[in-house]
Design a protein around this ligand. Structure first.
Ligand code: NIG
Ligand code: FE
Length: 420
């Protein structure tokens, strides 16, 4: 078959295809990395990858031949945990944070998530869409081609629907694929402060309404001290499962509550954050094949400890890495910074990090049949970096190394500027 596009002279091609583990690899390093490679694309899908020379039978009259000039190419980054759609910003909390006022105390006093809820409720769908489109453009320029987006700044049926409809609109209007998650259980809204149990009943009633409108694939919950207890989380997640949602949990972010154990019990696809996960929790993640989705830029920004990622890798847990982009604990769109934090602070190797932000990111969204690695038949979502080796991406930190981005085989970022 003739290719539509062939990228040749690729210095290092990280296909992220899972390969058999050699004795010197951890269970996160077993991805294919080919030096001196090519990548062929047909109809927006990967046709073939391999070591040069490019097979002659792939080249047709209309094949576009693109010289990658010995740069690094990887799958598009999958950011599998974000709070993308919101209005306003929270820099007013910065001095409080610097003075050491805890995140949960700011929330308790009506700030934090609740202040973003007030701003988001006041915004129109168009305002939310325009703001999120700008964010998505920044993410795209950092190499991101798939983003999960949680609601949770509406906290009543009408406002949650508004946020989720923005996700749908973004999916239509932006090249990045959006995976929508309902997170009505992000906080107890101010109007339920004195009767939080009634808000649990409200969420239970929202679930079938959201599903009926087909507005979200996943349901997530902030299982945390002073937010939703393990029992409350169990009740909501089990109902969500019955309604047909796949499950995610914000688990053991600040206090070790048992969120990871609950993720195993209810069959969640992923448990996210895990800064305070217990040994028992790690065991349950492994036994139940729950992806540990870690968000190290949140620890960095809050000045908190990191998830015990080396321990989790040693125990055989699959790790995904994402940004947690949100206006409070992690206002950054820069997935490369997140990856660099994984390298310098979490002591993860480049191969482990690339697996975490590509194949395992896709797994955390149950999208690994379609994206997350450059394998025949998967979406031709890939990134060309302005460097000839993968170590350099982690070594020269804090800058954007992404030069070009292709989504479904089409160039959407060229020389660091969007061209879609
Ligand atoms: O993942 N932990 C809960 N939710 C977000 C923060 C949201 C916010 O502060 O607005 C998080 O860190
Ligand atoms: Fe989050």
């Amino acid at each position: 078959m003739k290719a539509d596009l062939i990228l040749y002279n690729i210095g290092t091609l990280v296909t992220a295809k899972e390969i058999e583990k050699s004795s010197i690899m951890t269970n996160m390093e077993n991805i294919e990395i080919i030096d001196d490679a090519y990548l062929a694309v047909k109809d927006g899908k990967v046709l073939e990858t391999g070591k040069q020379p490019v097979p002659e039978e792939l080249k047709g009259e209309n094949t576009v031949m693109t010289d990658a000039e010995y740069k690094v190419v990887t799958p598009g980054i999958v950011d599998s945990h974000t709070h993308l759609v919101f209005y306003g910003s929270r820099e007013n909390e910065l001095p409080l944070k610097i003075k050491g006022i805890p995140y949960l105390e700011i929330l308790r006093n009506g700030g934090g998530i609740l202040s973003t809820v007030r701003a988001t409720r006041k915004a129109t769908k168009e305002q939310l869409t325009e703001k999120a489109l700008e964010t998505l453009d920044r993410m795209l320029c950092f190499g991101v081609t798939t983003v999960e987006s949680k609601s949770g700044y509406g906290l009543n049926l009408e406002e949650e629907i508004k946020q989720l409809e923005v996700n749908r609109e973004l999916n239509k209007r932006h090249p990045i694929d959006i995976v929508s998650t309902f997170m009505g259980a992000h906080a107890v809204p101010e109007e339920y402060k004195e009767k939080p149990h009634e808000y649990i009943d409200e969420i239970i009633k929202m679930l079938p309404e959201i599903k009926k409108r087909n507005l979200a694939e996943f349901c997530d919950i902030f299982c945390e001290d002073e937010v939703f207890s393990v029992d409350e989380s169990r009740k909501i997640l089990n109902t969500a499962k019955k309604e047909g949602f796949k499950l995610k949990i914000h688990a053991d972010e600040i206090v070790s509550l048992g969120g990871a154990e609950l993720a195993g019990e209810v069959g969640a696809v992923s448990a996210e954050h895990l800064m305070a996960v217990s040994d028992k929790g790690i065991e349950e993640l492994y036994k139940n094949k729950v992806i540990a989705d870690i968000l190290p830029a949140t620890s960095f920004n809050l000045g908190k400890n990191y998830a015990p990622v080396r321990k989790m890798i040693d125990k055989g847990v699959d790790i995904a890495i994402s940004s947690d982009y949100n206006p409070g604990s992690c206002p950054t769109e820069n997935m490369q910074l997140v990856m660099q934090i994984c390298s310098s602070q979490l002591k993860m190797t480049p191969a482990e990090i690339f697996k975490g932000v590509t194949l395992n990111g896709a797994r955390a969204l149950t999208l690994d049949e379609k994206t997350g690695s450059l394998e025949k038949g998967k979406n031709a979502d890939f990134v060309v970096y302005d460097t000839d080796n993968i170590n350099y991406i982690f070594y020269n930190f804090g800058i954007n190394h992404v030069k070009d981005v292709y989504k479904n085989g089409k160039l959407v970022v060229k020389n660091k500027h969007k061209v879609y």
